[in-house]
Design a protein around this ligand. Structure first.
Ligand code: 13P
Length: 266
C-alpha cells in the first residue's frame, strides 16, 4: 500500500468534558457540518455516560462512535468499570487505549494496556493505541526507546489478522493541552517514521505501510494542515479543539484537503 492510500482520520477525544445538553449540541453540530463528506474518517469519543446519547445522534451519519477506555473483562465484580461488550452494545466501534492520561494519571502499565488491547480486539472493538514520550524522556534522548517500548509491549501477542483493526496515535505527553509546548510538524513526522519503522520490524513492511498513525497534542484549526500534510501523519487525535464543533470541522476540512493532495497520482 502506498502512503497516499491511507485514509485520513480525525478523532475527537472529549475527555471528561460536556454535559448531556452540551454533548447533544456538539455531536449534532459535527454531524451537520460533516454531512455527506466522506473524504476523511471522523470518530467521536464522548464520556461513557453520553455514549448512547451521542450514538443515537450519529446513527444515520458518516461519523463513528468510540470510547475513551474500557476494562479487559466481559462482565463481573469490577465496580466502576465498563466492558467492551457494553461499549459494543451502545454502538461503539473504537476504543482509545494507552492514553497518556491513563498511563500517567491512573498509573496504567504497559502490561495492563496490552491486556486491554488484546481483549478489545478479541471482543470486536477496533483499537486506537496511544504512545508518546514525556518531556524529560525527550530531553534525555529517550524518545525512540520509549516509542519502541510502548509499541512493542502494547502490541505484544496481538493476532496478525487483527492488525487492520489497530491504529496508532503518537501523542507526546508534553504537547497535550499545552499552549506553551507545541510539537512541530517535523517532530511529529520524525516520530511517526520511528513508529512505522518499528511496526515494520514487528509485522513486516506491508502491514507498516497500511497502518494509520495519527498525531495528537494541541492540534487546532490553524496548525492542522501543517501536521496533516506531513509524510506519514495520517490523522489527528484532538482533545481541546474537539469540544467546539466549528474547530473540529475546520480540522476535518484540513484532513479532507490534505488527503486529496496525497491521493493525487504522482
Ligand atoms: P489536546 O488536543 O487538548 O492537546 O489533547 C490531545 C489529546 O490528548 C487527545 O487524545
Amino acid at each position: 500500500m502506498k502512503p497516499g492510500q491511507r485514509r485520513k482520520v480525525v478523532v475527537g477525544n472529549w475527555k471528561m468534558h460536556t454535559t448531556a445538553a452540551e454533548a447533544t449540541q456538539l455531536a449534532q453540530g459535527v454531524v451537520d457540518g460533516v454531512g455527506n463528506e466522506d473524504g476523511v474518517s471522523v470518530i467521536l469519543c464522548p464520556p461513557f455516560p453520553y455514549l448512547a446519547l451521542v450514538g443515537a445522534i450519529l446513527k444515520r451519519s458518516r461519523i463513528t462512535l468510540g470510547a475513551q477506555n474500557m476494562y479487559p473483562e466481559k462482565k463481573g465484580a469490577f465496580t466502576g468499570e465498563v466492558s467492551p461488550t457494553m461499549l459494543l452494545d451502545v454502538g461503539c466501534k473504537y476504543v482509545i487505549l494507552g492514553h497518556s492520561e491513563r498511563r500517567h494519571k491512573m498509573g496504567e502499565s504497559d502490561a495492563f494496556i496490552n491486556q486491554k488491547v488484546r481483549f478489545a480486539l478479541a471482543s470486536g472493538l477496533d483499537v486506537i493505541l496511544c504512545v508518546g514520550e514525556t518531556l524529560e524522556q525527550r530531553k534525555a534522548n529517550q524518545t525512540e526507546a520509549m516509542l519502541d517500548r510502548q509499541l512493542n509491549s502494547g502490541l505484544a501477542d496481538v493476532p496478525v489478522a487483527d492488525l487492520p483493526r489497530i491504529s496508532i496515535a503518537y501523542e507526546p505527553v508534553w504537547a497535550i493541552g499545552n499552549a506553551d509546548h507545541h510539537a512541530t510538524p517535523q517532530q511529529a513526522e520524525d516520530a511517526h517514521a520511528i513508529l512505522r519503522g518499528r511496526f515494520s520490524k514487528l509485522f513486516g513492511k506491508e502491514a507498516a505501510e497500511a497502518v494509520t498513525i495519527q498525531y495528537g497534542g494541541s492540534v487546532e484549526p490553524d496548525n492542522a494542515a501543517a501536521f496533516l500534510s506531513r509524510n506519514g501523519v495520517d490523522g489527528a487525535l484532538v482533545g481541546g479543539a474537539s469540544l467546539k464543533a466549528d474547530e473540529l470541522l475546520a480540522i476535518v476540512r484540513a484532513g479532507i484537503n490534505e488527503g486529496r493532495v496525497e491521493m493525487q497520482p504522482t
